[in-house]
Write a new protein. Sequence first.
Length: 260
Amino acid sequence: MNVTLSQWLPTTVAIILLAGASTAALITGRIRHPWAATSAIARAAIQLAALSLVLAGILADPLWVGVGLVVMFVAAVWTVVRRTKAPATRAVSRVVSRVVSRAVPVGTAMLLGNLVVIGVVFSTGAVEFSPRYVLAVGGIVIGNTMSIATLTSRSFTATVTDRWDEVEGWLALGATPLESTRWLARESVFSALVPSIDQTRTTGIVVLPGAFVGAIFGGASPLEAGRFQLIVLASVLAAGAITATVLVRLVGGVARKPLR
């Protein structure tokens, strides 16, 4: 679908009004960082404009599609690292060491989750193995595992900090650091997956997912769009479950109280 110049004006007005509404709501509620939503929308607009120009030249080239996915993945890992504080403790003092200590488990967990899912989707022939679809499915899965990794890590850190007396009690009884936080890690994984599970359960009733709507707008039949969306939903849940489970396994051995 080609967007004409006359369509950009109402689009711009709508985006400005929506950004203003989100900022006004945050300011009224005295929420910290009230301009964060507007800043995110502005940044998304710039990035999408750049992405549109780049995609026009790389969709037919597998090498550049691979480079694009690597860039997405690195950016996703960096975003999770910035948003989380686990499992750095007072024993880790240098900034570089803290970043590496967070990036390695996050990157490992996300990479495993994404590789398993992408391998299944394309090896079974559920989705055509072409640069266009690899980029589409890979981008969706990477973005969702980023959110799930962030939720998992933040939930785990907050829970361990709040219930440190219990963790310390298990450590005093001789449990290993991994055993002392095992039940908290399990709860953190489930909590992180709840939004994706709820979205999947309510798809078609409460939620009209982006992949489904995009496929319809692209000219696909409703049945074909539904098939693609189902693959995407299953991929997101599988990648998220693997990422979250592996992540808490890698960072769950906490022997000292995490810093807030």
